[in-house]
Design a protein around this ligand. Structure first.
Ligand code: HEC
Length: 254
């Protein structure tokens, strides 16, 4: 049985202060979190091709790898470029391309690594200890991109964690007023679809670099949808209640 007037106050502009505080606290926190996630993406993936800013190349390097190329070579031409003079870097790259043999390591490469790299790559936690031949050999091999191990780990963390963020955001947004019904429905579903597309695209990109575009589309897609929801919710909770109008709308009614 339909009881039309029971829930007509349950929309964003009509909510009481306490629940608006709860929704707002949550939105502020995830807003901050999304900005940090963006910065993190720029700093890790954004630098993968050695240039600042996220490009399709970065995504290809991160997931497909740079298969004609070793991580050592990529870094020596990228973010480690200023760490050693040109001829030393060229020598290290030649060594990697020639198969990273242990003899040449001892006589030619190790002394340079001790001199130019060991200051950081010897004792700083989190950085590979390049003075160790086994570690260096690994890094001097052709770059295969993200490993299945790390993709599985990052995929499930993203799917579970981000779905939770989108769920609560979509839940709050479902109480918004004045948005065309179709647009509201599409906006609520969109982040989930783009998230799934994003994660699947990492795996596809590992297999073929052409799929890096889907990672871009996925990321842009859910950023747009969640920004739209975020700003709509904030506006409806903190501007609309003070414009002197009443909103008798049951936002969950079909
Ligand atoms: C001033 C400190 C510093 C020096 C010196 C330095 N590095 Fe690095 N290196 C870093 C930092 C910080 C990172 C992580 C950030 C990045 O990947 O750019 C890194 C990352 C790397 C990586 C990628 C490691 C990984 O597993 O992702 C390689 C390879 C590398 N450096 C090689 C070198 C070589 C070769 C030299 C010497 C010519 C060198 N680095 C000198 C600080 C340094």
């Amino acid at each position: 049985m339909k009881q039309p007037n029971k829930t007509t106050w349950f929309n964003l502009p009509s909510l009481g202060l306490s629940i608006r505080m709860l929704f707002t606290g949550y939105l502020l926190t995830i807003g901050f979190g999304l900005v940090m996630a963006g910065a993190q993406i720029l700093l890790t993936h954004g630098m993968a091709d050695g240039k600042l800013g996220l490009s399709v190349d970065d995504i290809v390097y991160s997931y497909y790898g740079n298969r004609g190329n070793s991580k050592l070579e990529a870094k020596l031409n990228g973010s480690m470029k200023d760490k050693a003079p040109e001829d030393i870097r060229a020598k290290m790259i030649r060594w990697a391309r020639d198969g990273a043999s242990e003899e040449a390591w001892k006589t030619d490469v190790k002394p340079e690594v001790d001199l130019y790299c060991a200051g950081c790559h010897g004792n700083m936690p989190g950085l590979p200890a390049l003075t160790n031949y086994d570690v260096m050999k690994e890094i001097a091999q052709a770059d295969q991109g993200a490993s299945v191990d790390s993709l599985t780990r990052v995929s499930h963390i993203h799917l579970f964690g981000i779905a939770f963020i989108f769920f609560l955001m979509g839940f709050i947004f479902s109480f918004s007023v004045g948005i065309p019904k179709w647009l509201k429905e599409v906006t609520i579903l969109m982040p989930f679809i783009f998230l799934i597309l994003d994660i699947i695209s990492w795996w596809l990109t590992k297999w073929h670099p052409g799929f890096a575009w889907f990672t871009m589309i996925g990321g842009v897609g859910y950023s747009l949808a969640s920004s739209f929801m975020w700003f709509t919710c904030m506006y409806q909770m903190w501007v609309m209640p003070y414009n002197g109008k009443d909103y008798y709308i049951n936002t969950w009614e079909d």
